[in-house]
Design a protein. Structure first.
Length: 166
């Protein structure tokens, strides 16, 4: 009997603790937290998911407010791709080399904001960047040699998209 009474008392104490934890003074405002999540999950506010595939770059959303952002490169294609973020008015405004790839060394100082290199097929990777208001281009700058010796530039094949920060 003593063991049952102890267990019953323990259950009452646990139930009371949960009850008190669930109740609170509704008149007090909750204290907002400013702590950022420690993991990157596509779809959270401040995230820009960028679909990469042969030969597609599709950011979602295509326009965001200035500030800290997490770019999630989602490679749904069958080849390795990369995501480069550069400040530019348009893809046509970016300097290119003889192979049609963006000449990253030829970009204006400060125009190369960040990148995620070598995103394997069917994987995701992310990078945290802080962007100011302006026009940007998101692109894949991978080049590969074809069987006939020519160089294929993913950028020249159309792997770029306009991106706006307000």
């Amino acid at each position: 009997m003593t063991m049952r009474r102890g267990m019953a008392l323990g259950m009452v104490v646990v139930a009371a603790a949960f009850g008190f934890a669930a109740c609170g003074d509704d008149d007090e405002a909750a204290t907002p937290t400013t702590e950022a999540p420690t993991t990157t999950v596509a779809g959270l506010e401040g995230d820009v998911t960028v679909l990469l595939s042969e030969f597609i770059v599709e950011p979602d959303p295509t326009s965001v407010p200035a500030g800290a952002l997490t770019f999630v490169a989602d490679n749904q294609g069958g080849e390795v791709h990369e995501l480069v973020v550069a400040r530019a008015e348009s893809a046509e405004a970016l300097p290119t080399d003889d192979d049609g790839a963006v000449d990253e060394a030829g970009l204006e100082e400060g125009a190369l904001i960040g990148e995620i290199e070598d995103v394997a097929a069917q994987t995701q990777d992310s990078v945290d960047l802080t962007l100011e208001a302006g026009s940007y281009v998101l692109f894949c700058n991978i080049t590969e040699e074809e069987d006939d010796g020519t160089i294929e530039s993913h950028f020249a094949e159309g792997m770029h998209a306009a991106f706006t920060v307000t």
